[in-house]
Design a protein around this ligand. Sequence first.
Ligand SMILES: [Zn+2]
Length: 322
Amino acid sequence: MSPRLTALGAALAAALLATACALPPAPGAQAPPGAAADGAAPQQVAPGVYVLPGRHAVWDAAHGDVANTGFILGSRCAAVIDSGGSPAQGRALLAALRRVSPLPVCYLVNTHAHPDHVMGNGAFATANAGKAPQVVGHVKLAAALAARAPYYLRALEREGAAEIPQRIAPPTLAVADRLELDLGERPLLLRAWPTAHTDADLTVLDERSGTLWLGDLAFDGHLPVLDGRLLGWLQVLDELGREPARRAVPGHGRVMEDWPAGLAPTIEYLAGLRRETEAALGQGLSLAETVEATRLPGQWQLAEDFHRRNLTAAYAELEWAR
Ligand SMILES: [Zn+2]
């Protein structure tokens, strides 16, 4: 079957993808319940496990505190999970850690390459007893960062950011499948996933508390954002739900105490996106017609910012999968 993605459609898709991270701030950006607007107060969700909640907004120079970040304390050292969307947010996270522990930060885990999760990496440069921690990521994280970091940094320049990192500290420890890290009587099980939300998604399971850090493999409140493969993401979610966790920390939104039921809204949205795209392709609609005809899913925040972009990505993927 000949693809329906016209040259115009391809250009539109590229433009939407390229501008996704430079969209204007969402009007009325809202914090999920319990979120600290100033990013100050970490929440202890289990003994030794702390989350610094982000607020629902589109990442840009003025919104570095978009993603959930946090840290886990062992007897020997600490691991930080994602560093936030700006150098200032990375420092706020480190300060939050220092308020509860003097432990060195031996690992900084990046769950994927998006800027709201990695721009604070530089804040941890001396947090491992004066040295840099190991930066841990999916085996494809280094390539993803190399390809995207120049764009992210230019976006900050364009927006007149108060502070622009010289570079984003790249991974020094790559996870191709599974890896266990030990913080001292506290093993963390890291798992690298096939392409889903992005091509470099990594989860972290703290076995002791049963807390699973999802990165952006699941969202709560904030519309899921597709930057990888829709069909791959649905498959990954199916398998992810079998992880032996008690609770989960999504990249955006509230901590899920009802594991794996907390995955359901993300699965429902992505399954709906698939149905909508397949129906449009079945009716012979062009990409432009498909985007024009869509109705925003009102139950999600930031749908205005991301739903049409998701539809564009899904259309480009699924027309080749037919
Ligand atoms: Zn994110």
